[in-house]
Design a protein around this ligand. Sequence first.
Ligand code: MN
Length: 232
Amino acid sequence: MSNYAVEVPSIVGLPIVGSDQLFPVRRVYCVGRNYAEHAKEMGFTGREDPFFFCKPADALVAIPAGKPGQIRYPSKTANLHYEMELVVALGSGGVNIPVEQANDCVFGYALGLDMTRRDLQNECKKQGRPWEIGKGFDESGPIGPIHPRALTGTLSQGSITLSVNGTQKQTSDLSQMIWNIPESIAYLSGLFELKAGDLIFSGTPEGVGAVVKGDKMIGHVAGLGEFEVHVV
Ligand code: MN
């Protein structure tokens, strides 16, 4: 028996479509500015090297299939933004993974929202400070069930959308990523040893904006269906 001094934190397990098993989450990596039009709306242009930040695994909120889930409006912000993203779940990892082999590491995909306290993030950018308070707060990562790649095939194109209260806010295509999924995995594996259980939020398209309490978001990625997240 292990002998821990305080209560042992539980592993975050996400449901897997078509299975009774759970996907155990290790790390949550996020790609920044990965769609050209979103990079532009944030004041950047061109194909810069990808950059990454992390969310804590326990910042994820599992949104059930086929019914709405919810997140609580966080403290200390007056500008909570949605960022609809395709999430990639790794079934294996490694270091310096070649681009051509990177898709072999993909266990599956999920719908995700990289919720952002934009006012705090902007202040961090201005001050040259880390982004955790803007990106890694509690309940900042609503995520749908994992769809195994064995069922969906490899995702590289198809629509990605988000609506708020029935109005379309984000519309793009996975093919518009500046760094596609295998390129992001390969690049990230040069910085960190990737392992089974890692998630990668692959970046958001243009059209980000604020939500308030009572808003209802519906996110969709072709091949993964949709999920509904309420802000309460
Ligand atoms: Mn993002």
